[in-house]
Design a protein around this ligand. Structure first.
Ligand code: RP5
Length: 173
């Protein structure tokens, strides 16, 4: 196993069902990642220890998922010079709006690049793209990925033209 370049952290194991999409993206692009459960409110010292030295261990970008008023992404961003991507985890009572506001509304000076509620996949892709800025092979993979996205839309159009919308819809359901 090589040195992980991406740190994927979350407040609890209950965030893992959402954050697994970020882990999967890293694996898909062949980017080594490490996964840690670090709670800003239950294990604040562990969070501080992790964030302060992550860059010295070779981590290049951190993804942090949290629910509600848990300020894990913002606090970690305050403790590290690395880019931090925040993932607002869907919450039971406020459907993740609380998580979104708590992560995205960082005051000036300490940014957290925040993705959509529950969209750990985009967090993973953003982390990969950050690494791709200095890794030409990874940049190539990102471009190939974009190409497959574009082709999937073109394939859908061709199928829609062939089937008509009613038959197309019946196959979707
Ligand atoms: C936060 O508390 C985490 O982000 C987690 O989503 C939330 C609730 O944790 P559990 O009660 O599910 O362990 O730290």
């Amino acid at each position: 196993m090589t040195q992980p370049l991406v740190g994927i952290i979350m407040g609890s194991d209950s965030d893992l069902p959402t954050m697994q999409d970020a882990i999967a993206v890293c694996a898909e692009f062949g980017v080594e990642s490490e996964v840690a459960i670090l709670s800003a409110h239950r294990t604040p010292e562990r969070m501080v220890d992790y964030a302060k030295v992550a860059h010295q261990r070779g981590i290049k970008v951190i993804m942090a998922g949290a629910v509600g008023a848990d300020h894990l992404p913002g606090l970690v961003a305050a403790l590290t010079p690395l880019p931090v991507v925040g993932v607002p985890i869907p919450s039971r009572h406020l459907q993740g709006l609380d998580s979104l506001y708590s992560i995205v509304q960082m005051p000036a000076g300490i940014p957290v690049a925040t993705v959509a509620i529950g969209n750990a996949k985009n967090a993973g892709l953003l982390a990969v793209q950050i690494l791709a800025t200095y890794q030409p092979e990874l940049l190539e993979k990102v471009q190939q990925y974009r190409q497959t996205l574009a082709e999937s839309v073109i394939d859908k159009q061709a199928k829609l033209d062939q089937l008509g919308y009613q038959q197309y819809l019946s196959q979707l359901l």
